[in-house]
Design a protein around this ligand. Structure first.
Ligand code: B1M
Length: 210
């Protein structure tokens, strides 16, 4: 069995310690960090999502898998990001109100920091007031919004509207992402960009700062 499939299965079983060991082994074998992230860790988590939807696993199992995935991501972090890069700008980042999913948001933050973008992380369940305040205080040029639930994705528009009302919309680029979104949705709510994954988010954010 390939090591990537093994890691994916260990994520599904929530075996955090074994995930750490096999991720390190995979790196030693010369498999790229990006491949391990996408084809093993995220792939495993996606299968957990399908099982969750089908009622085959429940919230506690999903959390245990999420923890195992995060342990793997921690091993990959130095390989995905460059240490000591100079700051090129600031981004306010959060998962929007009503939504507690933060694995994707944390990956985006990690990749942004990796290209030198300082992140003001508002965590999960962030209100429009919190975002507006953070933009005012930090002078951030970018706002990154994450939603994993169809019930919270519309909240991204409320945040964009609040930025408009506060006279800040022209001063920031708003980037959105998360599994239920696409470019059409982003355009519809007046966002500046939709990106499908963390690596693309870092590329686009950097292009906005140049
Ligand atoms: Co939840 N959950 N969950 N969950 N969960 C989903 C999202 C779901 C699709 C599962 C399913 O039914 N198949 C479903 C949503 C259905 C829908 O909305 N239509 C769902 C549900 C229903 C729920 C609850 C309502 C369940 C319940 O309680 N009955 C509940 C809601 C809680 C809440 O938020 N209020 C809930 C709870 C949870 C846990 C707490 C158990 C846990 C979250 C733990 C955590 O995040 N700390 C959890 C998890 C782990 C998942 C799944 C299984 C995995 C999500 C994940 O981390 N994926 C998920 C199934 C799935 O997505 N297929 C599911 C890995 C991660 C790397 O991918 O976050 O998509 P993702 O990020 C990607 C891209 O989307 C992009 O970059 C990342 C990759 O590089 N990206 C951005 C993300 N944000 C971005 C922002 C950007 C740019 C790119 O800004 C510029």
């Amino acid at each position: 069995m390939s090591v990537l499939i093994e890691i994916s299965e260990l994520v599904q079983k929530g075996k955090a310690k074994d995930v750490k060991v096999l991720v390190a082994n995979a790196l030693e074998e010369g498999i790229s960090a990006k491949e391990i992230l996408n084809d093993a860790l995220i792939a495993g988590m996606m299968i957990v999502g399908e099982k969750f939807k089908a009622g085959e696993v429940y919230v506690p199992e999903v959390l245990i898998s999420a923890r195992a995935m995060n342990q793997g991501v921690n091993i990959l972090k130095p390989y995905l990001t460059k240490e000591g890069v100079e700051s090129v700008g600031k981004a306010v980042i959060c998962t929007v109100k009503g939504d507690l999913h933060d694995i994707g948001k944390n990956l985006v933050k990690m990749m942004l920091e990796g290209v030198g973008i300082e992140c003001i992380d508002l965590g999960v369940d962030a209100s429009e007031e919190k975002v507006v305040e953070a933009v005012k205080e930090s002078g951030a040029q970018i706002v990154c919004l994450s939603s994993l639930l169809t019930t919270t994705m519309d909240y991204q528009k409320d945040i964009i509207d609040a930025l408009k009302d506060a006279g800040l919309r022209d001063k920031v680029k708003v980037m959105v992402g998360g599994a239920p979104l696409d470019a059409k949705f982003a355009e519809g709510i007046g966002a500046d960009a939709y990106t499908k994954d963390a690596a693309e988010a870092a590329e686009v954010a950097l292009s906005f700062l140049k």
